[in-house]
Design a protein around this ligand. Structure first.
Ligand SMILES: [Zn+2]
Length: 188
């Protein structure tokens, strides 16, 4: 699926929209979201003139929908959210690095890069190249659970599996790892 940004003038106002062509859709569709951005989806084979005609027919309706949207305000809101997010990630990096160093005083493993990510599905991971990845959201977990995630990934540097040996390593600094692991699963 490819999507491009386009613009139309309705009642003297430039209105931006996203145009997409998809394999699955059978007709031209138009959607307007609460933030005022609108999307036109068309089948791959649909001729451009027919799409434009369709949009023209809907022009007045589109205009009515977006005329009260304060796009500047929305942009500012997005900027604030972005700045907020960057600050949180920065804080997460400091906390995670501190806790890594703390636990690594015990293990003394070596690792390369520590990446702080915005992952949906996992709290952390460890790669074969000894890179550690953490979801920035772990700083919102209770401290002992956050530490468990950090120790878990740290121990994968030695044992890249979930063997008995691996769990014994974890237990050296997090003896109640079973409980914490279960609690963590309940959150997801
Ligand atoms: Zn694991």
């Amino acid at each position: 699926m490819n999507s491009i940004k386009k613009k139309i003038k309705i009642n003297g106002r430039d209105i931006e929209y996203v145009f997409k062509r998809t394999k699955i859709s059978r007709s031209v569709r138009l959607a307007i979201y609460p933030d005022g951005h609108f999307v036109v989806t068309a089948p791959k084979w649909y001729p451009v003139y027919a799409i434009n005609k369709f949009i023209e027919e809907k022009a007045q309706w589109i205009f009515e929908k977006v005329k009260d949207v304060d796009f500047d305000l929305l942009d500012r809101k997005k900027e604030t959210e972005n700045a907020e997010y960057k600050k949180t990630v920065k804080l997460a990096r400091v906390i995670i690095n501190n806790r890594l160093e703390f636990f690594n005083c015990h293990y003394n493993f070596s690792y390369n890069r520590v990446a702080i990510k915005n992952q949906k599905t996992c709290w952390g991971s460890c790669s074969q190249n000894a890179n550690l990845n953490f979801n920035y959201k772990i700083i919102n977990l209770p401290e002992e659970m956050r530490d468990y995630v950090i120790v878990h990934e740290l121990c994968h540097l030695q044992e890249l599996n979930h063997s008995k040996k691996f769990w014994n390593l974890v237990a050296e600094t997090v003896p109640n790892y079973r409980t914490l692991r279960r609690k963590l699963k309940e959150i997801k």
